[in-house]
Design a protein around this ligand. Structure first.
Ligand code: ARG
Length: 593
């Protein structure tokens, strides 16, 4: 379906052509002076330079040609050459009714027939999740949902860090604690135990201790490195122990992601693509891409048009060990074979920007993915504390994800607990829903690449640009709709029948309708530009427009039945837009608050 701005531009184009003005100038934007008009076109000013005539005259000609058009209630030429436009309330309502009738809210489906992989989450197995992983999960989940809504076949891959030094550290620490385990017996030929030699809480203790020890105990560090290498060569005992680490860690990771309402289609990781590496390296060699530099094997990725120097991509260490880039390239190879995606999006902290530039360049240069596959990296900023420095716990340590979520949850629970209408169970459920909205909206409402300040009090506030405020509006709309259905003589039937959005009768009603009419444009644009913050901005605008409308209008008390039904239709659409958007942001609404 065409967006409202496309429709306006079509009308403008026809009018420009009729008036003999080059059509390229027929472009409108949302007005930045809503007090004067709704849409504006500045094309006459630009055309004046080409046509060598005064802009106002051009604007007047265009406006004359527009005057016949019923789309506009008003088209005015204004000094020095603006064209100010107001939509006719009937045309606006007609457009909204098309949107309301479409279960995709008028989105065209730019992704139809295309496959996209979103690589997000990126937790490192057996290491604590940190804030960077939180942002990756939250932003990635939203981007994945937006891709799906826009028609893509979309696959989310958690792409675990499961093949690194942490494994060697845990293997060696386990050996020291339980040397008799069969995993360490090179001559062992039996079945390895089914039971893991540690629990998740053991692992949570073992890794940090081993990591700290490796920094002061060079022997231990060397053993851990050797164990990592041996694991990567698939030593049977180490590999069996690795499987145990995975078996114990994954349910815990899943639990964490579930709580965030983050779900992956693929639970793959670095360890899954090791068998692709040897052939891939061989192919790099055959293509003459790989060469030795300072002991390592690298591939050049710099291009003459680069403005910043891009160093060669490290493929193999001097001991022949694979690196982060190697695994990512092998993963691209596997994805190409299994899914042949048209697009891939990666989400990590923006410090990995260079890594992904290098990997994407090698992937294209070596023909791992075809030239036309779109590879994108969305690097996000840091979550800071009030002091502007990366967020820390009160004791100064890196905040664990669980404690962070718990902190927001507790604050929300405190706030709603006193509400006498709620049982304890209900209060808990509600706190869960609201705190997730608070956390996710608090994060997503910032442009991803920017740093932002984590502020529980601000995030959980029911006023201002926050998740709870959005939920509050939703709850209010739901309650009006419920009351309408309850009070109507024939209940549900009347509710269902109230489905035609009428021509707006007041400024507040029209403002809400104008905002709603942009929904498809926003949903497409936010997806195309990987920008969930635009969805947040948009629903904040909708929530405010609803709020003004609500305060200025007697909705349920409106005596004229038809008018009342029209308001209800408008609120139904408002609710649908809000619920769709929050679902794409990755959170849900409460039924009351
Ligand atoms: N595990 C990585 C980290 O913690 C993130 C993985 C991102 N995805 C990827 N394909 N490299 O930094």
């Amino acid at each position: 379906m065409k967006t409202i701005i496309e429709l306006i531009n079509e009308k403008l184009t026809a009018a420009f052509e009729e008036a003999g003005i080059p059509a390229e100038f027929a472009k409108a934007t949302v007005s930045n002076r809503p007090d004067l008009c709704e849409y504006q076109c500045n094309g006459a000013m630009a055309a004046a330079k080409t046509l060598h005539t005064a802009p106002l005259g051009i604007a007047e000609k265009a406006v004359a040609a527009l005057s016949e058009d019923e789309t506009f209630a008003e088209a005015a030429a204004v000094r020095p050459g603006f064209i100010n436009l107001k939509l006719s309330p009937e045309a606006l309502a007609a457009y909204l009714n098309l949107i309301a009738a479409d279960d995709k809210l008028g989105v065209s489906g730019m992704g139809k027939g295309k496959t996209a992989i979103i690589d997000y989450g990126g937790a490192n197995v057996a290491k604590p999740l940190h804030i960077g992983h939180l942002r990756s999960a939250i932003i990635g989940e939203s981007i994945k949902r937006m891709y799906g809504f826009n028609g893509y076949d979309v696959i989310g891959d958690v792409h675990l860090g499961d093949w690194g030094l942490q494994m060697g550290l845990i293997i060696e620490a386990t050996r020291d604690a339980q040397p008799d385990l069969p995993y360490f017996d090179e001559n062992y030929t039996g079945e390895y135990p089914e039971e893991a030699p540690f629990t998740i809480s053991d692992l949570e203790r073992i890794y940090p201790a081993a990591s700290a020890r490796s920094k002061v105990d060079p022997d231990f560090a060397a053993r851990a490195h050797a164990a990592t290498l041996k694991l990567q060569q698939k030593d049977p005992g180490y590999y069996a122990l690795f499987k145990q680490i995975m078996r114990v860690s994954l349910p815990d990771l899943k639990k964490n992601y579930d709580r965030l309402n983050v779900h992956f289609e693929l639970w793959k990781g670095e360890s899954d693509v090791q068998e692709y590496i040897p052939d891939m390296i061989q192919s790099f060699k055959d293509q003459g891409l790989l060469y030795e530099s300072e002991g390592a094997m690298v591939i050049d990725v710099a291009e003459p048009t680069d403005t910043k120097e891009l160093p060669p991509c490290l493929i193999l260490k001097s001991d022949g060990a694979a690196l982060y880039a190697t695994t990512d390239l092998a993963t691209l190879l596997e994805r190409e074979q299994l899914y042949a995606p048209d697009e891939m999006v990666y989400l990590t902290d923006k410090r990995q920007d260079m890594h992904f530039k290098q990997v994407f360049r090698v992937a294209k240069k070596a023909g791992i993915v075809p030239e036309d596959v779109k590879l994108q990296f969305l690097g996000f900023g840091t979550m800071n504390g009030e002091d502007g420095k990366p967020f820390k716990t009160r004791s100064g340590g890196v905040m664990r994800l669980e404690s962070l979520i718990e902190e927001i949850y507790d604050a929300v629970y405190q706030r709603i607990q006193g509400n006498e209408e709620l049982s304890e169970e209900e209060a808990k459920q509600e706190a869960e829903v609201i705190s997730l909205a608070a956390l996710k909206y608090g994060d997503l409402s910032n442009q991803a690449s920017k740093d932002y300040v984590f502020n529980v009090e601000k995030f959980i506030s029911f006023e201002g640009n926050t998740g709870p405020y959005i939920l509050y509006c939703i709850v209010r709309i739901k309650s009006i709709l419920r009351k309408y259905a309850e009070s109507a003589a024939d209940g549900d039937a009347a509710f269902d029948a109230a489905s035609v959005v009428p021509a707006a009768g007041s400024a507040a009603e029209k403002a809400l309708q104008l905002a709603l009419a942009r929904v498809n444009e926003v949903l497409e644009g936010a997806c195309r530009d990987l920008a969930p913050h635009r969805l947040c901005q948009y629903i904040y605008e909708i929530a405010n427009a609803f709020s003004s409308f609500y305060h200025e209008t007697r909705i349920l008390a409106e005596p004229d039945e038809e008018k009342r039904a029209g308001y209800i239709a408008l609120l139904k659409l408002t609710l649908k837009v809000l619920l769709t958007c929050i679902d794409l942001l990755g959170f849900e609404a409460a039924d009351r608050m």
